[in-house]
Design a protein around this ligand. Structure first.
Ligand code: ADP
Length: 215
């Protein structure tokens, strides 16, 4: 996946930039239909660039993984929230974080997991204000994390499908995204020897995942 997506970037960059040039150069000479065709080509190329970037992100979850060490579990949550500060502010979201124990993990990757799950809880949400709760509890040798939101919820029949790369339940119109976030979370959690799943919920969504606790 890494080699394919990396090598696809260059020819695609050519397609994207030359269709944009064509649009600029022919702008006035084209009729409305011609303009629409060029616009479709530009949109398609731009979208494919986004998908290829996502494929690279997905592939890097393996190629750029670091060793697992004992870390304070609060740190990746705080880093994720720092990265999401603009989204939280724009949406007026409230994120509540409970006690988080230490875990054995790659801090950068765990940050990515929290970031994707918290961002989804805010994004797929029409409540005012959007609210996300992060909590954790020890369970055997593991720590079980729970990320809950008051958003639009997920039909339980799609509980597995949402973790597959590029699978999305909503049209692109209302909610942006390419369907990579949960696939990356699954890959990272499983590389850590844990599990991730969606728990049925009457309203909102509730994601759980496990990571080995500090021995
Ligand atoms: P993306 O966010 O880029 O669409 P994800 O892999 O993160 O991709 O999520 C896949 C799909 O699962 C989303 O498109 C959305 O339909 C659904 N989904 C994920 N998280 C939530 C959530 N917290 N509430 C409702 N739907 C969600």
């Amino acid at each position: 996946a890494y080699v394919a997506s990396h090598d696809l970037q260059e020819p695609l960059r050519m397609v994207a930039s030359f269709t944009q040039l064509l649009e600029r150069k022919l702008g006035d000479k084209l009729d409305d239909q011609g303009k629409q065709y060029v616009q479709f080509a530009v949109d398609g190329a731009t979208r494919m660039q986004q998908l290829i970037n996502d494929l690279l992100t997905y592939s890097r979850a393996e190629t750029q993984a670091r060793d697992l060490t004992v870390i304070d579990g609060r740190v990746p949550v705080e880093l994720a929230l720092k990265n999401l500060a603009i989204l939280v502010q724009e949406k007026g979201a409230e994120v509540e974080v409970g006690e988080i124990p230490s875990v054995v993990a790659d801090q950068g990757q765990l940050t990515q997991v929290f970031q994707n799950l918290i961002a989804n809880g805010i994004k797929f949400n029409r409540s005012a204000p959007p609210r996300v709760t992060v909590s954790a509890r020890r369970k055997g040798g593991f720590v079980e994390f729970c990320i809950e939101d008051n958003g639009i919820g997920i039909d339980p029949q799609f509980a597995d499908r949402i973790f597959v790369i590029f699978q999305r339940l909503n049209s692109r119109g209302e909610f942006g995204g390419t369907g990579i976030g949960l696939a990356v979370c699954k890959k990272i959690v499983e590389r850590h020897g844990g599990k991730i799943w969606l728990e049925p919920q009457d309203s909102g969504s509730r994601f759980l995942f496990t990571i080995k606790g500090k021995p």
